[in-house]
Write a protein of this length. Structure first.
Length: 514
């Protein structure tokens, strides 16, 4: 793939960056994909800039790299692995370009773990006393935690029957105590999730859980009846005593941060039911088709990626906020942190040469209304400009008093914040507003600089138009996955390894052994 600075459109965009338009007269621009609508009107671009951004897709060979990924070629260059998370959610009736063997293996494992989840929910899986399980605790970190935890939080309010699932990612004893004190030791199922089955944190949690159960009276020879494993290394799980019939597989071509579609999603199926998980797969598969077939002018993932590149590389914005105006999506920013920063937080091009451009911005954020009373001060008046993704859900809300009114408050705040970030308020407007509030001339002179807002702070508005379901959540996650892929292709960096994570792991192991 070419270095981005060699692309004609990149050079042209560089020339345009010094005259990026303001946002007081935005240029309307929306893209729709299935149940998602993306409003990009409040980006500092015009038709000329957008046209040149779109050319990056062809010049950088994004569609060529996508085709290589679909065909199962080893586009994870440094680990010599394919990247086939899209295969995990493909409909069995559709074309399977990655081959029948992979498709068959995926279908087999999907049926195994989804069937297991339903049997637990029905009370058919029993402990050593012949009792059904009342809780599950997921032991895993990174991709083995963030995706399932986020999806369970998002889909739990709409689930018909929720099976309680707790999550433990850290061997910090305070975290362990907090979770274990809420569950019945004799009726708790532990899900141990680790691709390698050697992750230090997860193995420490496994040993802690075993010791806890033994201390609570579970016989040693019955201990493993309360454990299941999800891994790409079944031999390692077997060596730790796991029953092969309770070991669910995924493959080395599934990256941790894109593994929620595999057996790593077992907690979602357990907590919310098989139907919710299958809806996630279906929603994501539809976005996969959109990504592969939609022209560049209407391709949602392309535009999320292209505006991100414009803001990062040409306007010089170093961070990006994801702000959710729906409580159910409260864990999405943390999930996207890993997806984007672990994928694209790289300083080396695919060919091993240093990157000549800035790559992933810092991804951060949280809930919108909470953020308005915290970090939004910096968004409005800080010295750094931070582009924002405002994410919202069109919902009727739960059946409680004042739900409609309260939802309107949330929506009105989103629109007001987005507009005020883009328009700002200049000195003349501030003086006029303070005069209308009957401030004295002296007080106006003193306070006007503090009550003036620069504006021109860009944002996207991404709306889920038909409430938050497994179907729409799958679409939302998939479009961000494809955004990350597109940016990595244009930046010419390897998105699917994470060597920066490995060095710290190695040092910890050395110190522990010493």
């Amino acid at each position: 793939m070419p270095c981005p600075t060699s692309l004609p459109s990149w050079q042209s965009l560089k020339e345009q960056s010094g005259s990026a338009p303001g946002l007081r007269q935005p240029l309307p621009f929306q893209v729709q994909a299935e149940e998602l609508v993306l409003d990009c009107s409040l980006q500092r671009t015009n038709e000329l800039i957008r046209g040149r951004l779109a050319r990056l897709i062809d010049e950088a060979g994004v569609t060529s790299l996508l085709q290589q990924m679909i065909l199962g070629q080893a586009i994870n260059h440094t680990e010599q692995r394919p990247v086939l998370h899209m295969a995990l959610r493909a409909n069995a009736k559709d074309n399977q370009p990655w081959g029948d063997a992979i498709a068959k293996a995926i279908q087999e494992q999907r049926e195994r773990f989804l069937g297991f989840a339903e049997s637990v929910r029905r009370g058919e899986m029993l402990n050593h006393l012949g009792q059904g399980f009342s809780h599950a605790v997921n032991l895993g970190i990174g991709g083995s935690d963030l995706g399932p935890r986020m999806a369970c939080a998002a889909l739990s309010p709409g689930a018909d029957k929720r099976f309680p699932v707790e999550f433990l990612s850290s061997p910090d004893p305070w975290a362990i105590q907090d979770v274990l004190q809420r569950v019945d030791p004799l009726r708790t199922l532990f899900i141990v999730q680790s691709k390698s089955f050697s992750t230090q944190e997860t193995m420490a949690l496994l040993e802690t859980a075993k010791a806890w159960l033994l201390g609570q009276g579970v016989p040693r020879d019955k201990l493993m009846q309360q454990f299941v494993a999800v891994t790409a290394q079944p031999a390692q799980a077997k060596a730790h005593g796991f029953d092969e019939n309770k070991t669910f597989l995924f493959w080395d071509w599934v990256g941790g941060r894109t593994s929620v579609w595999s057996a790593i999603g077992l907690p979602i199926a357990l907590h919310c039911g098989r139907q919710s998980f299958e809806e996630m797969l279906e929603g994501a598969a539809l976005i996969d088709k959109h990504f592969q077939t939609a022209p560049s002018e209407g391709n949602m993932a392309y535009w999320l990626a292209l505006f991100g590149i414009w803001n990062r590389n040409f306007l010089g914005y170093t961070s990006h906020a994801v702000v959710c105006y729906d409580w159910r999506l409260r864990l999405l920013p943390a999930f996207l942190q890993q997806l984007e920063m672990e994928s694209n937080g790289k300083r080396t091009q695919v060919n091993g040469e240093p990157s000549k451009v800035e790559t992933s911005p810092v991804i951060w954020g949280g809930l919108g209304l909470d953020g308005q009373h915290a970090y939004f001060q910096m968004l409005h008046q800080g010295t750094d400009v931070v582009p924002v993704d405002f994410i919202a859900v069109r919902s009727k809300g739960p059946d409680i008093s004042h739900a409609v009114r309260n939802l309107s408050i949330v929506e009105e705040n989103l629109q007001a914040q987005r507009r005020s970030l883009s328009e700002g308020r200049n000195t003349e407007e501030t003086v006029q507003a303070m005069q209308e509030e009957n401030f004295s001339p002296e007080r106006i002179q003193q306070l006007a600089p503090h009550r003036t807002y620069p504006g021109n702070r860009p944002s996207n508005h991404l709306l889920l138009t038909k409430d938050l379901t497994g179907f729409s959540l799958g679409q939302l996650l998939a479009v961000y996955e494809h955004k990350v892929f597109t940016q990595a292709a244009i930046w010419n960096i390897p998105a699917f390894d994470q060597w920066g994570v490995e060095l710290g792991k190695t040092m910890v192991v050395k110190n522990y052994r010493a």
